[in-house]
Design a binder for this molecule. Structure first.
Ligand SMILES: C[S@@+](CC[C@H](N)C(=O)[O-])C[C@H]1O[C@@H](n2cnc3c(N)ncnc32)[C@H](O)[C@@H]1O
Length: 273
């Protein structure tokens, strides 16, 4: 399916995320045999990956802007207590993913679905969409937003998070992974210029610090954990195995490069109390 012009730049960000996943697989750092399935269908650029898997104890899981995320397939054996796993993206991305994965899907498990929805639409439409796709409102749910929220404006995200907090129970979580912008910093200005060059509109809100951003959601979503990727080892959510991987395997040649890049990304776990 052709990608409509207005979605082109944003949809391309999914190809870049895939490049990270393939690089992680190739490095042996984070095996993901499913990522390779997509490789010849996109313009793949070798890259150094910094994508972190989110560690959760989900009941229902919804991945917003899921792109070619392969978590469900990779972690399948560990998801026995997941009652519904729903991935959401633009129609063209969902169709492409379905076409590529096709018969290679490890399981035709009815708990899993990917479905098309433009997250710019209003929340009444979103709630209907979630229910049509067998998500139970009122059941504890983990929402994963990995390199996604930034493509929406602050007001849209604020409304979205308010709606989710109203319809999903205490203990539901939002797991955020995004770029962390630093004031008066060359790397950060370059990221902003990069968005502009590609005609992706970045709401100035996202240039605030991760702490400021998370504080905006604070009335309903309490920040359980906020880690700059350069301090990731301190996260209470990593297993000892995860920490060992971080300590013993390096993605970039120079430690300074690793420190520079990782300091510009953060992981936040927001909890509804
Ligand atoms: C940078 S990619 C990240 C993909 C995936 N989460 C990952 O980390 O590999 C951003 C994804 O968000 C999707 N996206 C952006 N805006 C969207 C919207 N309004 N509705 C649905 N999906 C959207 C894009 O199509 C793309 O797949």
């Amino acid at each position: 399916m052709d990608v409509p012009e207005e979605h082109e730049a944003i949809v391309h960000t999914n190809d870049e995320a895939l490049s990270c996943r393939i690089a992680l697989d190739m490095s042996g750092m984070f095996p993901d045999p499913f990522a390779r399935l997509f490789q010849r269908h996109v313009h793949y650029e070798p890259t150094s990956p910094l994508i972190l898997r989110a560690s959760t104890e989900p009941v229902q899981v919804v991945t917003l802007g899921a792109g070619f995320d392969t978590r469900w397939h990779r972690l399948y054996d560990q998801l026995a207590n997941v009652t519904r796993y729903l991935e959401i993206d633009f129609r063209e991305v969902v169709h492409k993913k379905q076409r590529i994965l096709g018969q290679q899907m490890p399981s035709q498990d009815p708990r899993y679905a990917m479905a098309a929805f433009d997250m710019e639409q209003d929340d009444q439409a979103l709630l209907e969409f979630l229910q049509i796709n067998s998500l139970s409102l009122g059941v504890k749910t983990i929402f994963i937003a990995e390199c996604f929220l930034m493509y929406l404006g602050q007001l849209r995200v604020q409304r979205l998070l308010t709606t989710l907090s109203m319809h999903f129970p205490i203990g539901s979580q939002v797991i955020l992974y995004d770029a962390a912008f630093i004031e008066n910093d060359r790397f950060s200005s370059f990221m902003v210029e990069n968005f502009a060059r590609r005609n992706i509109r970045l709401d100035p809100f996202w240039v605030l610090s991760p702490e400021q951003i998370c504080n905006v959601w604070a009335p309903v979503w309490t920040t359980l954990d906020l880690q700059n990727m350069s301090n990731l080892e301190q996260s209470p959510y990593l297993t000892e195995d995860d920490k060992l991987i971080l300590r013993t395997r390096s993605i970039l040649d120079e430690y300074e490069e690793w420190a520079l890049v990782s300091s510009h990304y953060y992981l936040a776990i927001l909890n509804k109390q």
